[in-house]
Write a protein that binds this ligand. Structure first.
Ligand SMILES: Nc1ncnc2c1ncn2[C@@H]1O[C@H](COP(=O)(O)OP(=O)(O)OP(=O)(O)O)[C@@H](O)[C@H]1O
Ligand SMILES: [Mg+2]
Length: 466
């Protein structure tokens, strides 16, 4: 969750007070206004990320407010709460730039969920977020860090597809930056003034996903108390990002295929289909081709989606980007967390570069964030790294003549023996100096000592033996 600066607008002081107290409790900065005129005045003075407003208010109603507000502050996310919404009004509000329309009476869970989504959306837009400082004036592509050949050709491709309206399928392991790339395509395209609407197909329960995407009419199912516009329509003139598309169940795959062909959506329970003008980007960390082969994903849909396929390579295939990424995360986190970490020692960087990064860039980002918080200042060294990141410096030539015997072996005991031999050798080389020996093996001193204890090796004895 991100903490943001929120403006609450409602002519009813009870609702205002209640919302304010709740949002403050959740850690946000909250400002209040009792009508739209007062709100517009305040927006000139206070930095705001997100506005929650009533629809029916004296003087200026919510729709007019949004139009005026968006003209001056296009980045501010607006959530509208209303007891009188109908389909037409909701559509108009969303077209005017509202992020979400909530029905009154609302429950706090919905408010919290939409506020979090709104603030996340705002972060994703990367524009001057008020809740926490971000580096300003970075061009859109600059947020994607990387100078390896693989990344450079990826960035070139991103720029090219941004000029078109073609459907894009982004594939890559978890944490490789699929959402970031999708957003960059949107932000570089002529649709950038429209909404970027992400939908995580894996996170929304199957039975809700359809109405979430297509919208629904009042009474379409139990709980559908009003008409509601779907995400496809929210992305009108913008981009819809279908994340984790591999998790979409097959009945919905058929419906999505129809939308891609006809560019029309039919709300659940509705008769009339409506035209939409949205750009489609889908992403998955699964092997869709394999899923097509196994009949878990529709072949026709696969071809419709992968008009332009983009594959993001895992971090371990572009290790030359690791120093650059690490430095840029350090810079960002220092600012965010108000810390003064100077950098990473050469040895620590070497360890990071030889680690396999199953969680890719997200894992690196999280590690740096943790290190910045714990360390606070100075240089990050091998000693600061959690064990699993250390000791991965594998010299392939050391194990080159290793071969699996025809009748197999006991892996654990071979590994054990191998370790013992290298540990002994390191101690001999260092003349029994544990610190030096640990360094030779790129282990933390404490880890090294543990290993000695486990094996009952006495460095003093070895030192005299050499
Ligand atoms: N090239 C990059 N430069 C800088 N930051 C990056 C880069 N790629 C990814 N990130 C950051 O790493 C994190 C993970 O990226 P993102 O959420 O886009 O990955 P993903 O592929 O969608 O992951 P998942 O499959 O888990 O959803 C984000 O915080 C993102 O900003
Ligand atoms: Mg993602």
């Amino acid at each position: 969750m991100h903490n943001g600066s929120i403006l609450v607008i409602d002519d009813d002081p009870k609702i205002r007070g209640f919302l304010t107290a709740f949002l403050q409790y959740k850690g946000h900065q909250v400002t209040q206004a009792s009508d739209a005129i007062e709100a517009l005045e305040l927006l000139g003075k206070v930095d705001v990320d997100l506005v929650i407003t009533d629809l029916m208010m004296p003087k200026l109603n919510g729709l007019e407010l949004i139009k005026k507000l968006k003209a001056v502050h296009p980045d501010i996310v607006v959530i509208v709460c209303s007891a009188f919404s109908n389909f037409e009004m909701t559509t108009n509000l969303l077209k005017a730039g509202a992020f979400f329309c909530l029905d009154k009476p609302f429950n706090l869970e919905d408010i919290e969920a939409q506020v979090n989504r709104g603030l996340e959306h705002r972060m994703l837009q990367g524009r001057n977020f008020k809740g926490r400082p971000v580096v300003k004036n970075r061009s859109r592509l600059e947020q994607i860090v990387g100078e390896s050949e693989k990344m450079l050709s990826l960035l070139e491709l991103v720029e090219k597809v941004a000029e078109t309206d073609s459907t894009v399928l982004i594939q890559g392991e978890s944490g490789t930056g699929k959402e970031l790339v999708a957003w960059a395509i949107h932000a570089l395209s002529k649709r950038r003034e429209g909404n970027f609407v992400p939908v995580n197909c894996a996170a929304i329960p199957d039975d809700l996903l359809e109405s979430e995407l297509f919208g629904h009419t009042k009474g379409a199912f139990t709980g559908a108390v009003t008409d509601r516009i779907g995400r496809f329509e929210m992305a009108d003139r913008g981009t819809i990002f279908l994340d984790e598309i591999g998790d979409m169940k097959s009945s919905l795959q058929v419906k999505l295929l129809r939308v891609l062909q006809s560019r029309e959506v039919e709300p659940v329970g509705g008769m009339q289909s409506r035209k939409i003008n949205a750009r489609f980007i889908a992403a998955t960390n699964q092997n869709l081709e394999q899923m097509v082969e196994n009949k878990h994903f529709r072949e026709d849909l696969y071809y419709r989606l992968s008009v332009v396929p983009i594959v993001i390579p895992p971090l371990r295939e572009r290790t030359e980007d690791i120093p650059l990424l690490a430095e840029s995360f350090i810079k960002r986190m220092n600012t965010e967390k108000k810390k003064r970490v100077q950098g990473i020692s050469r040895d620590a960087m070497r360890a990071l570069c030889s680690y396999s990064w199953p969680g890719n860039i997200r894992e690196l980002e999280n590690l740096i964030e943790r290190l910045i918080i714990i360390k606070g200042s100075g240089t990050i060294t091998v000693e600061d790294l959690p064990d699993k990141y250390v000791g991965r410096i594998v010299r392939n030539d050391v194990v080159s003549d290793l071969q699996l015997p025809v009748d197999g072996l006991c892996l654990n005991s071979v590994v054990e023996e191998f370790e013992t031999r290298l540990i002994t050798e390191a101690l001999l080389k260092s003349g029994g100096n544990k610190k030096e020996a640990a360094q030779l093996l790129n282990l933390k001193r404490t880890t090294f000592i543990e290993k000695l204890k486990k094996r009952n090796i006495s460095p003093e004895y070895l030192a005299t033996a050499s």
